[in-house]
Design a protein around this ligand. Structure first.
Ligand SMILES: NC(=O)c1ccc[n+]([C@@H]2O[C@H](COP(=O)([O-])OP(=O)(O)OC[C@H]3O[C@@H](n4cnc5c(N)ncnc54)[C@H](OP(=O)(O)O)[C@@H]3O)[C@@H](O)[C@H]2O)c1
Length: 259
């Protein structure tokens, strides 16, 4: 067992190894996103790829449903748990259930996803969810960390999930029924940051880490942040390339109205 800091539960060698794999794996994919080698979904997918494809909605459901089911099943697999493991399981299950509902009822997709990206991401989400819950279960055998971060964690998780949903809603409003084109995102924090929905997802996972206080949830939050930084860098490049003309027209329009 590894002794850790005042705000973390001690960690087993299995959990420490899984944490390292997580950070190295996701930061590698974040680096690839920055280099222009993107996971094949949303606007950064290549529709001309010869690989097996499915619609975005189907693909996204395949990403989130298994992780949601892992969270949901954990309520029965680990029935005898304390308040903190219950909170962690609830937060993860709510997160993935919300994503399933958004895929079904909020997002308006235009394209597809490549099957190998789906398998990679879906197995990643399920494995990390199961490991995070397992790590919490193991942590129950130890003393509580001296610093308790549960309350700020619940607050951050709630702000994160609401902010993430709100920006998904704003993105969905950019398209009318049946529309598939891309427009300049507006409202919320879209004028301040490239991907505010990513920013709020990071806040959400900082919240999950505060609730959980395990090494694994810390590593998951760091690796998600690194991956999303890479993906938002790629989105910024895509926006400059594809939405530049729209931005010029919009600024010309606002300049004309000032005359
Ligand atoms: N935990 C993780 O590791 C991780 C990794 C990736 C994503 N996520 C989370 O998953 C959520 C979705 O991520 P994402 O990468 O799929 O987001 P995204 O690329 O911004 O797409 C979200 C939705 O908005 C639409 N959209 C995006 N930009 C648009 C524009 N300029 N005009 C019109 N519609 C637009 C997309 O349509 P199209 O499908 O047609 O492009 C899609 O329906 C985010 O909250 C993110 O934080 C988490």
């Amino acid at each position: 067992m590894m002794e850790t800091l005042d705000f973390l539960y001690p960690s087993s060698s299995f959990i420490t190894t899984m944490s390292m794999i997580n950070i190295l794996g996701l930061s590698f994919f974040g680096f690839l996103e920055m280099m222009g080698i993107n996971l094949q979904y949303s606007k950064l997918w290549n529709p001309n790829s010869k690989r097996i494809k499915v619609s975005s909605r189907t693909g996204m459901l395949l990403l989130y449903t298994p992780a949601f089911l892992v969270g949901f099943a954990s309520f029965w697999i680990f029935p005898e748990k304390g308040f903190r493991p219950l909170l962690v399981t609830t937060a993860l299950t709510i997160h993935f259930f919300k994503r399933v509902l958004e895929v079904l009822f909020v997002h308006k997709y235009s394209g597809g996803m490549v099957l190998d990206s789906i398998i990679l991401i879906s197995s990643g989400y399920s494995t990390t969810t199961a490991t995070m819950i397992h790590a919490q279960h193991i942590a129950q055998g130890f003393m509580e960390p001296a610093i308790d971060l549960k309350c700020p964690g619940i607050l951050l998780f709630s702000v994160g999930i609401c902010g993430n949903f709100y920006h998904h809603y704003l993105l969905s409003k950019l398209r009318g029924k049946g529309e598939k084109g891309y427009k300049i995102p507006k409202g919320g924090l879209f004028h301040q940051v490239i991907c505010p929905h990513y920013l709020f997802e990071i806040l959400e996972f900082v919240g999950v880490f505060f609730i959980s206080q395990t090494l694994y949830s810390l590593s998951f939050t760091i690796s998600t942040t690194l991956y999303l930084i890479g993906r938002s860098y790629a989105t910024r490049k895509w926006n400059v390339k594809k939405l530049y003309d729209l931005m010029m027209l919009a600024s010309l329009g606002s300049w004309m109205t000032q005359l």
